[in-house]
Design a binder for this molecule. Structure first.
Ligand code: ZN
Ligand code: ZN
Length: 326
C-alpha cells in the first residue's frame, strides 16, 4: 500500500473498530473509486479503464492488483500471448453496487459540476426510471439519518488505523479528462479516509475539535486541515461556542447529512466481508418501526431491491437527470 510509506509509525493510537473504516481501508481511495466507476460503466480492459479514469498506467496497475488481491475483481485472460485480461467484478465486488448507487445519488444531488454526464437508471423490475433510495426492509420507508440510532454490537473492539497523509484528487497526476466523469466530489470525499473517520465521529454526535481528535486519533494539524476542507466543500458547518479562545463545534449541513446512505451501505458491505468473528461492531435501529435496521437500496418507484442485473442506464447530461427526478 502506498499508505504504508506515510504511516504514523510511532504512536499508533487506537480507535473504535467499525465496518465503515474496514471498508474504507479497501475502497476509500480516489484512484480505486475511479477504476470501479469505469468498470461499472462497462469497461473491462486496461486501456479502456485508463481512458475512462484518466489515471496513469502505473497507478492503474497498482490498484487493479490490489482490487484483485482483495477479491473485488478477478482477471480473465482474453488472449494468451501476450497475456491480456478482462477485469471482472466478483460477488464481493458486485456487493459494492449499493454503495456505488448511493455515491451516485449523492453526487447527482450535490455535485457542483452542472455539465457532467450522469446515468439515467431504469429498473427492469417495474420498467420505470428510478432514483434508488436507502430503505428499511421492515417498514419500507426511506432511511434518514435522524431516524436511526446505533448501539454497540458483539464485534466491538479497538484498532490502530493507518492513514495516507495526502488527499488525492481525480486530477492528482495532472491529467484532465475528456471522458465521462461521474463520481467527482463523491470519489474525492470517499477517497479520503480521514474525512470518512471525521464524518463517522460527527454522525455519532461528536462535534468539538477535541472530541473528534480523541475519537479519530488524527494528528491535530491534519484534523484542522480536513475540517477546513469539509467546511469549504459545504459538508460541515462550524458554529462558535466560545470566544476566548475561539472554539467551534461542527455540524453536518444538509449536504453532509445526505451522505449518510453511503456510510450505511459501506457499513453493510464491511459487515458482510470484514466483521470480527464475534459479529458486527455496530448495530443500527430504525426508530420509525423500532426494528433492527439492515437497510437495502430500493427502487424509488416500486420499492423492490435494486440489483445490478435489474438496471439499465444511459448517460445523459446531468440537467436531464435532474428534470426526470422523482
Ligand atoms: Zn423501519
Ligand atoms: Zn422499480
Amino acid at each position: 500500500m502506498t499508505a504504508s510509506k506515510t504511516v504514523q509509525e510511532k504512536a499508533r493510537p487506537m480507535i473504535r473498530t467499525c465496518s465503515i473504516w474496514r471498508a474504507l481501508e479497501v475502497v476509500g481511495d480516489t484512484p480505486t473509486l475511479l477504476i470501479l466507476e469505469a468498470i461499472w460503466l462497462g469497461q473491462r480492459r486496461f486501456d479502456r479503464i485508463r481512458q475512462n479514469s484518466g489515471l496513469q498506467k502505473a497507478l492503474i496497475s497498482n490498484r487493479l492488483k490490489r482490487l484483485t488481491e482483495s477479491g473485488i475483481l478477478t482477471k480473465e485472460a482474453y488472449t494468451i500471448s501476450p497475456p491480456r485480461y478482462n477485469y471482472v467484478l466478483t460477488d464481493k465486488g458486485l456487493a459494492l453496487y449499493w454503495t456505488s448507487l448511493m455515491l451516485l445519488r449523492w453526487e447527482r444531488r450535490w455535485a457542483s459540476q452542472e455539465n457532467s454526464l450522469m446515468p439515467l437508471l431504469r429498473h427492469s423490475g417495474c420498467g420505470k426510471i428510478t432514483s434508488p433510495e436507502p430503505m428499511c426492509p421492515h417498514c419500507k420507508e426511506i432511511v434518514r439519518p435522524q431516524d436511526v440510532t446505533w448501539e454497540q454490537g458483539p464485534g466491538v473492539g479497538w484498532m490502530a488505523p493507518i492513514y495516507s497523509r495526502r488527499r488525492q484528487r481525480r486530477d492528482a497526476d495532472g491529467k484532465s479528462l475528456d471522458k465521462p466523469a461521474i463520481f467527482t466530489e463523491a470519489a474525492e470525499l470517499m477517497g479520503d479516509r480521514w474525512a470518512g473517520l471525521i464524518l463517522r465521529s460527527v454522525f455519532t454526535h461528536l462535534r468539538k475539535f477535541d472530541e473528534i481528535l480523541k475519537d479519530t486519533a488524527i494528528a491535530s494539524n491534519i484534523l484542522s486541515d480536513r475540517l477546513n476542507w469539509l467546511v469549504e466543500t459545504g459538508i460541515l458547518e462550524p458554529r462558535k461556542y466560545q470566544d476566548h479562545p475561539e472554539r467551534f463545534e461542527y455540524f453536518l449541513t444538509e449536504k453532509g447529512l445526505d451522505y449518510y446512505p453511503v456510510l450505511v451501505m459501506l457499513q453493510k458491505w464491511g459487515d458482510a466481508y470484514y466483521a470480527s468473528p464475534e459479529g458486527a461492531p455496530v448495530l443500527l435501529r430504525h426508530k420509525n418501526c423500532g426494528k433492527h435496521l439492515d437497510a437495502y437500496v430500493g427502487c424509488s418507484e416500486c420499492k423492490e431491491p435494486v440489483y445490478p442485473q435489474d438496471v439499465t442506464y444511459e448517460l445523459v447530461p446531468k440537467k436531464q437527470v435532474d428534470q426526470k427526478r422523482v
